[in-house]
Design a protein around this ligand. Structure first.
Ligand SMILES: *[C@@H]1O[C@H](CO)[C@@H](O)[C@H](O)[C@H]1NC(C)=O
Ligand SMILES: *[C@@H]1O[C@H](CO)[C@@H](O)[C@H](O)[C@H]1NC(C)=O
Ligand SMILES: *[C@@H]1O[C@H](CO)[C@@H](O)[C@H](O)[C@H]1NC(C)=O
Ligand SMILES: *[C@@H]1O[C@H](CO)[C@@H](O)[C@H](O)[C@H]1NC(C)=O
Ligand SMILES: *[C@@H]1O[C@H](CO)[C@@H](O)[C@H](O)[C@H]1NC(C)=O
Ligand SMILES: *[C@@H]1O[C@H](CO)[C@@H](O)[C@H](O)[C@H]1NC(C)=O
Ligand SMILES: *[C@@H]1O[C@H](CO)[C@@H](O)[C@H](O)[C@H]1NC(C)=O
Ligand SMILES: *[C@@H]1O[C@H](CO)[C@@H](O)[C@H](O)[C@H]1NC(C)=O
Ligand SMILES: *[C@@H]1O[C@H](CO)[C@@H](O)[C@H](O)[C@H]1NC(C)=O
Length: 551
């Protein structure tokens, strides 16, 4: 990309901007394109862009408790980018140049510890970046901080011993989905332009759905997972969460640019035609006309209730709009598509201990920390939340491995499921499958689990999914704009380009996304002459049902 006459523009517009008294950049609902427009026309500086998000976090984080840590070097990095802007060195500007980005706190980055939001990992400090983090930095992204997650990404409630409970920005009585719920809440509130997540069963899609955002869980193998706290070799995936399809496409392009990584052998699966793809190029060239969507009937709860009816209505609304746009909706009624039944093939229990031991022993980690999963959950000094639904799982994972005889049966079951999914695509000549991410609204704070989610199909089969906002429940006293509802668009392997085009088409059917009410507030940009402030997560809001303790 070339930006002609930047020096000239900068000198003229820069002086106008400095007269404009702080109103030169709008962080609320900002996109990569709007941020670059402000920067490259000299309306703002990178320091001001970063400061505007830090100011919002400092002032507003107490509404949602989404942020765990801020990067103390964020403004120094911004200043170095301002020097490059002034020297008009366009060759060095990557697609994420000066884009404030939040990492889920299970991604390694050298500026901050990687805690998994667990008290016992509070000082686990990476000395090298995860390859995916390195790719973001190379593309110019500024990692401004790290977001809370459901502790160790093991559930979808986004409550943790280190970060407390993250609160849904649209309804303070509800969870933000999860496990990447800190990222979801933060991006919804415009605490950054976008953020990252991980997904072992639902975790990139549930927070997108519950926060009126877009996300992409890529095909298994597209992006290296090295340097990211793992759960499952078979199911783990990483990806972006953003406020627009365009920004998901840009971020996905950068993340996938890591390519083959010997530290994650699934990256060898990427076929030649799917390597080095720029997902932004054909984004706007697709059409919904003539597209055949399979609608998975088994992924709905048709029992009418305040928790389910809005989801069913939002899906009815979107399918009507898809028909009107020239697409065909094919009902898929095969009893195979039962998320509860499919979940019996979940591999996490077998793979977790081995994967976690390997991660905790990475030579690139420094700082005191447990070196094995057993040690992490040992008595004392293991410290973690005890959530009844979750710790049955942990107990099993502690005594299981990939040498359990039933592991092989589960793997064969996954192969069968993957073939059956291909048969459904082929028999009905489908381009994609659609269904609600969650059969009901995102659950209230204090619930035993994030029930009703449908993410397991893509997680087991390694299929790509783009999640899109499709509606809101009716407004209530605690949810002045209603609770967000999201839809998954699932494709065959390596069809991210098509799925993003379809999501772009859905985005164009009418704006669904809304800003949370309190996040509409304009926050004065602070100077930050000295240093980036710290954040102190609220821990006094952990529901009583989840004590911090030991097994
Ligand atoms: C957040 O903090 C501000 C200023 O201290 C306070 O006015 C506001 O009530 C707090 N909001 C919440 C939701 O805690
Ligand atoms: C331009 O930026 C690139 C990337 O940061 C750097 O490698 C290069 O040396 C810079 N060129 C000049 C002339 O400053
Ligand atoms: C981690 O927690 C321990 C125990 O509470 C505390 O002593 C230590 O200072 C913490 N370390 C960091 C880096 O936060
Ligand atoms: C791929 O890597 C996993 C661990 O990350 C290892 O268990 C497995 O044996 C490797 N597979 C091959 C074929 O090398
Ligand atoms: C379906 O929704 C109803 C009403 O919310 C709920 O009682 C029931 O448990 C749900 N069924 C399933 C299978 O989740
Ligand atoms: C889905 O599977 C679960 C568990 O196998 C079963 O209890 C339930 O009845 C099935 N639901 C339907 C609609 O068949
Ligand atoms: C794996 O085997 C161990 C030992 O027999 C057993 O306790 C555990 O429950 C098994 N794990 C699974 C997931 O079946
Ligand atoms: C997988 O499919 C094969 C062939 O249809 C069948 O024999 C086998 O029992 C299935 N295995 C599982 C675990 O579903
Ligand atoms: C469905 O569409 C109608 C008409 O536009 C709208 O009033 C309603 O809020 C939508 N429902 C949901 C759950 O988004």
């Amino acid at each position: 990309m070339a930006f002609p006459n930047r020096t000239v523009l900068l000198s003229i517009l820069g002086s106008i901007a400095s007269l404009a008294n702080g109103c030169s950049y709008e962080p609320r609902e900002a996109t990569i394109a709007s941020t670059h427009h402000s920067l490259y026309t000299g309306l703002t500086t990178c320091r001001e862009v970063v400061s505007s998000f830090l100011s919002r976090i400092e002032t507003l984080n107490n509404h949602t408790n989404a942020i765990l840590t801020l990067n103390p070097h964020a403004l120094t990095i911004a200043d170095s980018m301002d020097i490059r802007l002034q020297s008009n060195n366009a060759s060095g500007f990557g697609p994420l140049f000066c884009i404030p980005t939040l990492l889920k706190d299970n991604w390694d980055t050298i500026e901050m510890p990687t805690t998994g939001a667990n008290l016992y990992l509070n000082a686990s400090q990476p000395t090298i970046d995860a390859p995916a983090t390195a790719a973001l930095k190379k593309a110019g992204a500024i990692i401004i901080g790290k977001a809370n997650l459901h502790e160790l990404a093991l559930e979808g409630l986004t409550v943790s011993s280190l970060g407390g409970q993250t609160i849904n920005p649209y309804d303070y009585t509800r969870t933000p989905g999860g496990s990447s719920g800190g990222t979801g809440a933060a991006v919804a509130a415009s605490f950054a332009v976008w953020g990252t997540g991980t997904d072992t069963v639902n975790s990139l899609r549930s927070p997108a759905s519950a926060n009126s955002l877009f996300s992409c869980r890529p095909t298994r193998g597209l992006i290296s997972r090295a340097g990211i706290i793992p759960i499952s070799y078979t199911q783990d995936a990483i990806g972006p969460i953003a406020r627009s399809v365009e920004d998901v496409a840009t971020a996905l392009t950068v993340l996938a640019s890591v390519g083959y990584d010997e530290d994650d052998n699934t990256t060898a699966l990427v076929p030649a035609g799917s390597r080095g793809v720029d997902y932004t190029v054909g984004l706007t060239q697709g059409s919904l006309k003539g597209i055949r969507f399979g609608l998975i009937e088994g992924f709905f709860n048709r029992t009418a209730s305040p928790e389910t009816t809005p989801v069913n209505e939002a899906m009815a609304n979107i399918t009507a709009k898809l028909w009107a746009a020239g697409a065909t909706i094919v009902p898929i009624t095969d009893s195979l598509y039962n998320a509860t039944a499919i979940a019996k093939l979940d591999t996490q229990r077998y793979e977790y201990r081995e994967e976690m031991n390997t991660y905790l022993q990475r030579p690139s980690l420094s700082g005191p920390r447990p070196k094995t999963l057993d040690e992490l959950y040992a008595t004392p000094p293991g410290k973690f939340l005890v959530i009844p639904s979750e710790y049955e799982y942990v107990n099993t994972a502690l005594v299981s491995s990939t040498s359990n005889t039933s592991y092989a049966t589960v793997k064969t079951g996954i192969q069968n499921l993957t073939l059956a999914l291909q048969e459904t695509f082929t028999a009905h000549n489908l381009d994609a499958m659609i269904y609600p991410e969650q059969k009901n609204l995102v659950v209230p704070i204090g619930s035993p689990s994030q029930s009703g989610r449908n993410g397991i199909l893509a997680a087991l089969t390694g299929s790509p999914v783009v999640t899109v906002p499709v509606g809101f429940s009716p407004a209530t006293e605690t949810a002045p704009k209603g609770v967000p509802i999201g839809m998954e668009i699932l494709g065959r392997a390596w069809t991210e380009e098509l799925l993003l085009q379809l999501a772009w088409g859905v985005q164009g059917l009418g704006r669904v996304r809304k800003t949370p009410e309190w996040a509409e507030r304009e926050v004065e940009v602070r100077g930050f002459e000295e240093a980036v402030p710290g954040v102190t997560p609220k821990k006094d809001n952990i529901p009583e049902a989840y004590p911090v303790g030991v097994l």
